[in-house]
Every structure is written in structure tokens, then in C-alpha cells.
Design a protein around this ligand. Structure first.
Ligand code: PHE
Length: 355
């Protein structure tokens, strides 16, 4: 019996030393130490041996088992280390590759998409994007922008005032335009500056072309030597980026309290030829005029600079232009949306057309 134990041990040791993989090693463990293997069986049978043989056989078989267990364990640890090293060497993960793309669910609302499109155009021209408060003081919304005491937008019937917001210029209201940010920006940033300000504005108005809340993008550029030609060139680049490379601009004299001169800006219609569509009919988009009114703008009034002169703006040496456009209006023109209220009704049949 003891010889048989020695034989098994010798054979097992030889095979274990030549095992090439952890799988082969595991097969050897089952073969020599598994439940049906000869050595464990032998150990179980020790109890049935004559008493004088039991001690010696039991000891030798036990030692053989422990030796083989230790050998297998050591070989297994070696394989584990080798296989890990090999797997790591094999596993060339390129951490700079993009991850699996996230499946897109939904898309931007047409107003967000339009805002981003306009922002992209002005960022490309070197403008920064900033935002400002929706609840404004009368000072920033009207006074600092030269609105006279009788300006109609100040009326409670036109604007949303907030109760208990103080008196006079301290009084607060929902901003009626993004222009108050012109003043806030100039108070914080010395010239030269070039910024746009997208945001919500609020007016007491409600019909097919007016909602109590809508969105504007304000633009403000201040430097030395800025002229109306710069304003026109900038807005022409904007109009061509949004409405097509063949667009032309027309400036019409207008009035805003904080720009001088002030202009309303028209873009040549992009669906017709001078007001007439193919077949000779009158264009319904531009109502046969050949022009689409898109925004208000002008050269910053020197009196506005005078009010922020302590912040580095000198009405003698600085010039600037400002413009304010309605995001809804741009989106309606560009996509032929007939009613402003569609933007806010959350009807998926409408929204999904602009994915
Ligand atoms: N704030 C003006 C409006 O809402 C638009 C405007 C902005 C005009 C900047 C001139 C310059 O009507």
C-alpha cells in the first residue's frame, strides 16, 4: 500500500510539473485528489486495514495528499499570475476612444435649437454668451436705457410689475427686453466687448403673434472706431448664416430710446423673388414686399455710455452697436410656423417636425 501511495505521488508530481495551463492543472486535481480518485479512496479505506498497518499507510497517504495539494496550489498561483499578465498584455484598451454612443431620446425644442443656432453664429464671430436676471429693476429695464417717464412700456397695462419691490427706480418687474443687460455688462466689463444675451422676456400681450413670455437675444459690441457699417456687416453675416447665403439686408430708420441712430433690419425674403413666387402669385411669407422684418438695432446712444463712464466707457472715444432679436420670430420665419402659440402648447405633432 505504501508503495502504491509513493507511485501515485511520483506520477502525479511528474504530471503536475508538466501541466501547461490552469485548465490542465484543474483536470489533474480532479484526477488525483477528486472524490473518485485513488488516493482519497485509499485514505477512506485506511479504517478497514489491520490495526498495525493503519498508522503507517494513513500517514504516508496523508502526506502524499498534502504534498500534491501544495504542489497544485503553487502551480495554480503561478498560472493565475501568468494568465493575468498575458490577459493584460493582450487587452489593449484605447481609453481615448469615445464610449458607446448614448442612444438619443427626443431632441431639442425648436426654440432651443434656434437659440443654439444663433449663438453658434455669433460665437463664430468672436462674441461671448452671457445671461442676466429675468426679474429686473425699473432702473436697468427703463431708466438707464433712456426711457422717458411717459414711455408706454412702463405702463402697468403693458408690463408685469412685482408687488412690494420698492419705489421708483428700485421697483422690480419681469424684464420687458434683454437690453437691461447692456448696462449690467458695461458696469462689470471694460471695453472692448462683444456679447450676446439670450433669455426670456415678458410683456402683457396675447394673440397669434404675441405671448406674455417670449425669448430675445440681445447683442452688444463696444470698441473704438465702430460704425453703422460694422453693424450692417455683422447682421448681414448673421442673416446669411441663418436664412441663406444669398440674403441681403435693408435698414429702415426707427426709434429706440437707447440707440442713435436706430434702425429696424429687414432680410430679403428667402422663399420668393421680390415678393412674387413661381407662377406669379404674391409671396405669403413676406406679403409680397420681398422683405422680412427680423430685428431692431442701432448705435449705442452716447448718453448710455455717459451713464457708465466710471466703468471705462467714454462717449467721446467709444462707439458701439446693439441689436435685439426675437428667437420665436426667427424660428417662425425660418420654418414657416404660422402661430406663435404652437411653441408653448407641447403638441408632439408640432414639436416632432423639428427633430
Ligand atoms: N430692446 C429692444 C426691443 O425689445 C430691441 C433693441 C435691442 C433695439 C437693442 C435696439 C438695440 O424692442
Amino acid at each position: 500500500m505504501i508503495e502504491r501511495v509513493a507511485e501515485i505521488q511520483k506520477q502525479a508530481e511528474a504530471e503536475i510539473s508538466t501541466a501547461a495551463t490552469s485548465v490542465a492543472l484543474e483536470q489533474l486535481r480532479v484526477k488525483y485528489l477528486g472524490r473518485k480518485a485513488e488516493l482519497p479512496q485509499l485514505l477512506r479505506d485506511v479504517a478497514e486495514l489491520p490495526a498495525e498497518q493503519r498508522g503507517a499507510v494513513g500517514r504516508s497517504a496523508n502526506e502524499a495528499r498534502q504534498t500534491l495539494e501544495a504542489l497544485i496550489e503553487a502551480a495554480a498561483a503561478r498560472f493565475e499570475a501568468e494568465e493575468l499578465t498575458a490577459a493584460l498584455a493582450d487587452d489593449n484598451v484605447d481609453v481615448t476612444l469615445p464610449g458607446s454612443p448614448v442612444e438619443a431620446h427626443g431632441h431639442h425644442h425648436l426654440l432651443s435649437a434656434t437659440r443654439r443656432e444663433i449663438e453658434d453664429v455669433f460665437c463664430g464671430l468672436g462674441y461671448s454668451v452671457v445671461e442676466g436676471p429675468e426679474v429686473e429693476t425699473v432702473h436697468y429695464n427703463f431708466d438707464a436705457l433712456n426711457h422717458g417717464p411717459a414711455h408706454p412700456a412702463r405702463a402697468r397695462s403693458d408690463s408685469f410689475y412685482i408687488e412690494g419691490g420698492g419705489d421708483g427706480s428700485e421697483q422690480t418687474l419681469l424684464r420687458t427686453h434683454t437690453s437691461p443687460m447692456q448696462i449690467r455688462i458695461m458696469e462689470q466689463t471694460p471695453p472692448p466687448i462683444a456679447l450676446i444675451v439670450p433669455g426670456r422676456v415678458f410683456r402683457r400681450d396675447s394673440d397669434a403673434t404675441h405671448t406674455p413670455q417670449f425669448h430675445q437675444i440681445e447683442g452688444l459690441l463696444v470698441d473704438e472706431g465702430v460704425t453703422l457699417a460694422d453693424l450692417k456687416g455683422t447682421l448681414l453675416a448673421f442673416a446669411r448664416a441663418i436664412f441663406g447665403a444669398d440674403r441681403e439686408l435693408r435698414l429702415r430708420p426707427h426709434f429706440f430710446p437707447f440707440t442713435e441712430p436706430s434702425v429696424e433690419v429687414d432680410v430679403s425674403c428667402f422663399v420668393c423673388e421680390q415678393g412674387t413666387v413661381a407662377g406669379g402669385n404674391r409671396c405669403s411669407l413676406c406679403k409680397g414686399t420681398g422683405w422680412l422684418e427680423v430685428l431692431g438695432s442701432g448705435m449705442v446712444d452716447p448718453s448710455v455710455f455717459a451713464a457708465v463712464s466710471e466703468h471705462g466707457y467714454d462717449p467721446e472715444s467709444h462707439q458701439g452697436f446693439a441689436f435685439g432679436l426675437g428667437i420665436e420670430r426667427i424660428a417662425m420665419l425660418k420654418h414657416g410656423v404660422p402661430d406663435l402659440r404652437f411653441f408653448y402648447e407641447n403638441d408632439l405633432r408640432f414639436l416632432r417636425q423639428f427633430g
